[in-house]
Design a protein around this ligand. Structure first.
Ligand code: ZN
Length: 164
């Protein structure tokens, strides 16, 4: 344990290899933990995990990302998701509810009040439930493409040695 209380020591505490000890703070995760593709980064973000290393939670609170990843020290203050996650949530909620609305209207003779009583709470729950995954995906998108001050990082090819 060479340097206690350094980000590298934190990384070691989270099960990361010692290779992280030689890279500067902020770039502490070994390249092996970088996602292989945008899909992989987005999947991590959707699950609420750090898109860069997948080893720690991305969000400190519901929609508030952690300032830094506790595992790889990635700085998440660059993210500018703004309203985009809300647009995505509404879009996906609409697509999920469309067949339900069609089925309710065509198969059941429900009053408009009954329809609203079923659909409005369902829509609110779906939309709120999708907000955090959507925000995780948007942050992963910004990080993957190096937007807003994020450093664009890619995993080296398997036969290339990673930086020691
Ligand atoms: Zn991380």
């Amino acid at each position: 344990m060479p340097h206690p209380a350094t980000p590298a020591a934190d990384s070691a505490a989270h099960g990361l290899p010692d290779a992280a000890a030689n890279v500067p703070p902020g770039r502490a995760a070994p390249f092996a933990l970088l996602p292989a593709s945008f899909r992989s980064a987005a999947a991590r973000g959707i699950r609420g995990r750090c898109p860069r290393c997948g080893e720690a939670r991305l969000f400190a609170r519901w929609l508030k990302p952690a300032e830094h990843c506790p595992a790889c020290a990635q700085d998440w203050t660059h993210q500018r998701a703004d309203d985009f996650p809300a647009y995505l949530s509404i879009l996906v909620t609409g697509h999920l509810l469309a067949p339900v609305i069609i089925a309710l209207v065509s198969d059941f003779e429900l009053s408009p009040g009954a329809l609203a009583a079923i659909l409005l709470p369902l829509a609110v729950v779906l939309m709120l439930g999708l907000l955090q995954p959507a925000k995780g995906a948007v942050i992963a998108l910004q990080w993957w493409h190096g937007l807003n001050g994020f450093v664009r990082e890619r995993r080296p090819d398997r036969d290339e040695p990673g930086p020691a």
